[in-house]
Design a protein around this ligand. Structure first.
Ligand code: ADP
Ligand code: MG
Length: 255
C-alpha cells in the first residue's frame, strides 16, 4: 500500500535521527541527574541551618528539576526504543501471557475509567520479542485508558481480544472513549504527533508500536468513531518454529 510505504520510509529516517539525538542527550542528562541527586543529599545536610520557609522552597525547586530531568529521560528512552529496529533476537512468544502482564501494568491507569474485558481464544505462539510486544500492548492500553474520562468505570470498557485468523494472530484493543476524527486518525502514527497537553504525551507511543509490529512482519490498523471509541488491531504472523511444532511439514521421500 502506497500510504503505508510512505509512513515506513519516514519512520526509518526519523529513527536514524532519533538514535543520534538520544545518544547525544544521554551523557549530559546522566550528568544532570547525578548532580541533582548530589544536591538533594547536600540539601538534607544543610536543612538545620536554614529558616524553615527557605528549605521547603529549595526542596520544591529541586523536585521540579528532578521531575523535568526524569521526563527528558523518558523521552530519550522512547526515542531509543523507537530507533532500535529489528536487532532484537526473535523467539516464540505466547501473546496471552504478554497481554496479561501488559494489563497488569496498565491497571493503575485503567481502573478509574473502565472495566477490562478479556476475550482470549487459543492461539499459537508468534515469533518476535516478548518485551517489545509487551511495549506495544501497554502503549495501546494506556492510550485506551487516556481516551476515557475518569470516574465512570462501570459505563466504559476496554476490551482485549486475542484470536487466530489463518496464519496470523490478531490482537484487538478497543475502548469506549472519545474516538478520533479522520484528520487525527491520519496522523497518529507520525512521530511526535499528539493531541495531549504539553508534558503529558510525547507522541511517540504509536510510532514505536508501528515500528515494532512491522519489524516483526505484522501490521497495525485502527478504526475509530468520534464519541464511540476506537479499536486498534495488531496482526502478527504465526512463528515458523511455532508452526513447525504444531503441524509437522509433510515428508518428501526422494528417490
Ligand atoms: P501520545 O499518547 O503521547 O499522545 P501516541 O503516539 O500514543 O502519543 O498517540 C498519538 C495520538 O493518537 C494521541 O495523542 C491521541 O490523539 C491519538 N490516540 C491514540 N490512541 C487513541 C485512542 N485509543 N483513542 C483516541 N485517540 C487516540
Ligand atoms: Mg500514547
Amino acid at each position: 500500500m502506497q500510504a503505508q510505504l510512505v509512513v515506513s520510509d519516514r519512520l526509518a529516517a526519523v529513527g536514524t535521527l532519533a538514535a543520534g539525538v538520544a545518544h547525544e542527550i544521554n551523557n549530559p542528562l546522566a550528568f544532570v541527574l547525578s548532580n541533582l541527586s548530589f544536591l538533594s543529599v547536600e540539601l538534607q545536610n544543610v536543612t538545620r541551618e536554614l529558616p524553615p520557609g527557605r528549605t521547603s522552597e529549595m526542596e520544591e525547586v529541586l523536585r521540579e528539576a528532578v521531575d523535568g530531568a526524569h521526563r527528558v529521560r523518558q523521552i530519550v528512552r522512547d526515542l531509543r526504543t523507537f530507533s532500535r529496529g529489528d536487532d532484537e533476537v526473535s523467539t516464540a512468544v505466547n501473546l496471552q501471557a504478554v497481554l496479561e502482564s501488559a494489563i497488569t501494568m496498565a491497571r493503575g491507569e485503567l481502573k478509574m475509567r473502565a472495566q477490562i474485558i478479556r476475550d482470549f481464544g487459543d492461539v499459537p505462539p508468534v515469533e518476535g520479542s516478548e518485551g517489545r510486544f509487551g511495549q506495544v500492548f501497554l502503549n495501546l492500553l494506556i492510550n485506551a485508558a487516556h481516551a476515557i474520562p475518569e470516574g465512570k468505570p462501570e459505563h466504559n470498557e476496554v476490551r482485549v481480544v486475542l484470536r487466530a485468523s489463518g496464519d496470523r494472530v490478531i490482537v484487538e484493543v478497543s475502548d469506549t472513549g472519545v474516538g478520533m476524527t479522520p484528520e487525527v486518525r491520519a496522523r497518529i502514527f507520525d512521530p511526535f504527533f499528539t493531541t495531549k497537553p504539553v508534558g503529558e504525551g510525547t507522541g511517540l507511543g504509536l510510532s514505536i508500536c508501528h515500528g515494532i509490529v512491522t519489524g516483526f512482519g505484522g501490521d497495525i490498523s485502527v478504526e475509530s468513531e468520534v464519541g464511540r471509541g476506537s479499536t486498534f488491531r495488531v496482526s502478527l504472523p504465526v512463528g515458523h518454529r511455532a508452526r513447525a511444532l504444531g503441524r509437522p511439514p509433510p515428508l518428501h521421500l526422494v528417490g
